[in-house]
Design a protein around this ligand. Structure first.
Ligand code: GDP
Ligand code: MG
Length: 256
């Protein structure tokens, strides 16, 4: 029987992973859906929620800096690698979590988690036979209001889709900070990315042809992967994220 839906919250530094982990858990609980949190970021100093399981109990970046005499960047990489050695304890602690959603907050710097071997190893270990796994990729809407910036964020999410190979939902976060006009424009792109073509400036005809193809490709990608504009601060549109996750968990059936 599937006990958990383990949802990895991934995305670039500052996109709102930790904030979303905390507020989405609160939202799930408010809907009477059991939810727990795991912090897998060994380098975070302050979290505004109290994780049910915390990798920092086993590996903390400050200790790694001292013990191995490393600089901050090296220590962050080393601590994520070292976290692998403590996965059995994380898995044992998971056994005690209530059946339901398990939200996994991942290291601040996405490349360390997503593009190193230890990150995907952690994902595969935590996706045991009693869990289903999914991922939510956080995009910072405030840096996606310009067409080419938005496109580059789409590429990042596509890259993450291939790296994690998990059912993915993209949460375009922080929409509360956008002006109405910016927000509407972004919503428009999300519903039809090819409409963006009129707003792009092309350096040459070759560039135009290439970009047209890219837009078509991304449009296809957005048919496979849902994009939901959200605010981790105001919890706007969390019900849509839940809708997509529930489709994965128990074939879309709500559980009692
Ligand atoms: P992480 O590095 O991906 O874990 O990002 P954090 O959750 O630490 O968030 C980075 C910053 O963005 C913090 O200052 C948060 O308060 C802020 N933040 C996160 N989500 C939102 C949001 O939906 N709206 C606004 N206005 N700020 C947000
Ligand atoms: Mg964080």
């Amino acid at each position: 029987m599937v006990k958990y839906l383990v949802v990895f919250i991934v995305g670039p530094a500052g996109s709102g992973k930790s904030t979303f982990t905390s507020s989405f858990k609160d939202w799930l609980l408010s809907q009477s859906t059991p939810a727990s949190t795991i912090n897998l970021d060994p380098a975070v100093e302050y979290l505004d929620y109290d994780p049910d399981i915390d990798i920092r109990e086993y590996v903390f970046v400050r200790d790694v800096i001292e013990k191995y005499n490393l600089g901050p960047n090296g220590a962050i990489i080393a601590s994520v690698d070292l976290a692998v050695e403590h996965l059995d304890k994380v898995q044992a602690a998971m056994e005690d979590l209530p059946e339901g959603y398990v939200l996994v907050d991942t290291p601040g710097q996405m490349e360390i988690f997503a593009y190193r071997q230890s990150g995907t190893y952690i994902v595969s270990e935590l996706c045991s036979s009693s869990s289903l796994c999914a991922a939510v990729f956080m995009v910072d809407a405030s840096i996606a209001t310009q067409p080419y910036n938005f496109l580059s964020q789409l590429f990042l999410s596509a890259s993450m889709y291939y790296r994690l190979r998990l059912p993915l939902t993209v949460a375009v976060n922080k929409i509360d900070v956008l002006e109405d006009m910016e927000k509407n424009r972004l919503l428009n792109w999300l519903s039809d990315v090819e409409s963006m073509e009129n707003e792009l400036e092309f350096a040459s005809n070759v560039d135009r042809v290439f970009t047209k193809r890219v837009l078509r490709l991304l449009s296809d990608f957005m048919e496979v992967v849902p994009f939901v504009p959200v605010s981790a601060k105001t919890k706007e549109n969390f019900e849509q994220v839940y809708f997509y996750l529930q489709q994965i968990y128990r074939g879309g059936e709500d559980f009692e």
